[in-house]
Ligand binder design. Structure first.
Ligand SMILES: [Zn+2]
Ligand SMILES: [Zn+2]
Length: 277
């Protein structure tokens, strides 16, 4: 299986891969650029070559990039939508150069316009982006907890977006166990949640998963990640997720509130759970 954590690429891609290796990971997630800002560092071919060597030596699985929180395709403000579309297009080119097949994207927040109006803008944005998407990279829409005016907290909404984009083959789904819990999907009954995915987006579209425990209970519509085993999920549900056949070949990424040592301990803990699946 491919297990990793969110790491910083402030010191470059190769340094980030080395951090992932040091914590026992064989995949990782990073922000394409400053999560609160817009500018991105220029890519460094030597750094990328060094990273590629490390990824090969340590037999990494697919890497995951996460779009900054400043992007919002559902915004009522045209300048925010234009900025989001332009930078997503740039990010897709960047991650392709960075050996990374997946860009995780939040659907966005409608900010009071209403869900339907917001979803329409998201579709329009994606329809502008997808014709330019490079080969070998994919946009993964992340399921959200649905706090505030956040969109994308049901599989039905995500399916609608994909359908309006002609089920583009480079669109996928990123699960997040904390967001699912907030959104009202009870992972204690994993087979029921999987059936709901299969009936809508389809399990084959699940390309990555964020593994986080949840500070808030099922259906809270709130999003706060807890350390593994320290929230409403608990170790039994975490084990069911990492042992599930459908998720054995996708990158599983920890976004838990931890430093590197904390992530290393969680990775060791999860490897232990997997040993007796
Ligand atoms: Zn996210
Ligand atoms: Zn997440």
């Amino acid at each position: 299986m491919y297990l990793g954590a969110h790491v910083s690429i402030s010191k470059g891609l190769a340094a980030a891969v080395q951090t992932a290796v040091d914590i026992g990971a064989n995949t990782m997630q990073f922000f394409t650029r400053n999560p609160r800002g817009g500018s991105a560092k220029e890519l460094d071919d030597r750094d990328i070559d060094k990273a590629r060597r490390l990824l090969n030596i340590h037999q990494f699985g697919p890497l995951v990039a996460h779009a900054p929180y400043t992007y919002n395709l559902a915004s009522a403000k045209p300048e925010v939508r234009e900025f989001s579309i332009r930078t997503i297009k740039e990010d897709l080119l960047r991650i392709k150069a960075m050996q990374t097949p997946y860009l995780v994207l939040h659907v966005g927040s409608h900010g009071g316009q209403g869900e339907e109006a917001g979803l329409l803008l998201v579709v329009q944005g994606l329809q502008e982006i997808l014709p330019t998407i490079p080969e070998d990279v994919n946009i993964l829409i992340e399921i959200m907890a649905g706090s505030g005016t956040e969109l994308g907290y049901t599989f039905e909404q995500i399916q609608k977006i994909m359908a309006a984009c002609a089920d583009h083959p480079q669109l996928g789904l990123c699960l997040d166990s904390s967001h699912l819990t907030g959104a009202g999907y009870n992972l204690a009954d994993l087979s029921k949640v999987k059936t709901e995915i299969e009936k809508t987006v389809g399990l084959a579209r699940v390309k990555a998963m964020h593994l986080n425990d949840s500070v808030f209970p099922v259906g809270s519509r709130r999003d706060r990640h807890a350390k593994i085993g320290e929230g409403y999920l608990g170790l039994e549900i975490v084990k069911a997720l990492v042992c599930d056949e459908n998720f054995r070949k996708i990158p599983i990424i920890l976004e838990t509130p931890n430093d590197e040592d904390g992530h290393a301990a969680e990775i060791a803990l999860i490897k232990g759970l997997i040993r007796d699946c």
